[in-house]
Design a protein around this ligand. Structure first.
Ligand code: ZN
Length: 210
């Protein structure tokens, strides 16, 4: 049997993704409860920049994708739409989990579909500190680019402690986060911004009706 490493060159270890990378990806669209939410991924270039800074994707893959997008702008625009669709599936899946509801079969099927197209997570290699998944030589397809996000999504869905997953109680915000508080009673993504704003609003409404 041929040794695949002989053909693949030196595999590089992917940098470990930040904790809850899947939630960070879902939150790239925010103020979701407002009439006009804030969209930070406006095109394929934005997606690559986000992946480069957050996901620990293989730099070679990002570089390849960038060159491809420059040569095929229309296809790159479609790829960005595809990535956004996956992001929205992830957001809906976790919104259901946060509400202690069952995600729809359709969303689960969509996730399984792209997971199956992502490169295999088959081999660990040592990094300077700790370990990383070996990056495969991959064509820069959307599932390959989003692989760390997809793995993070699957890991969080199968993680027993995903009961700690919350959606911010500020109805304008709707950001997803993990509640690491001791009592597990955190309701807002950030007490300093969302929590205080929600309290001020309740205070305002209460006094307005008097
Ligand atoms: Zn919030």
């Amino acid at each position: 049997m041929p040794n695949p490493d002989k053909h693949a060159g030196h595999p590089v270890a992917l940098a470990p993704p930040a904790e809850d990378l899947c939630l960070a990806f879902a939150n790239t669209r925010y103020w979701r409860g407002r009439p006009e939410p804030t969209e930070t991924l406006n095109g394929f270039g934005d997606l690559l920049e986000w992946l480069e800074s957050k996901s620990g994707s293989a730099p070679a893959l990002i570089g390849q994708a960038r060159a491809w997008a420059a040569a095929e702008p229309a296809a790159a625009s479609r790829a960005a739409d595809e990535a956004i669709e996956i992001r929205e599936t992830i957001y809906r899946l976790f919104t259901a989990i946060a509400a202690e509801a069952h995600p729809t079969q359709h969303d689960l099927d969509q996730l399984n579909h792209v997971l199956a197209l992502a490169p295999p997570r088959a081999r660990l290699i040592r990094r300077a500190h700790g370990f990383g998944w070996a990056a495969h030589d991959a064509v820069p397809t959307v599932p390959a680019l989003l692989a760390p996000v997809l793995w993070s999504t699957a890991d969080l869905l199968t993680y027993a402690d995903n009961r700690r997953l919350r959606r911010c109680a500020n109805e304008e915000c709707l950001w997803l986060f993990m509640d690491h508080s001791k009592g597990g009673t955190r309701r807002w993504c950030d007490m300093n911004s969302c929590g205080n704003r929600a309290k001020a609003r309740r205070h305002y409404l209460k006094h307005k009706t008097k």
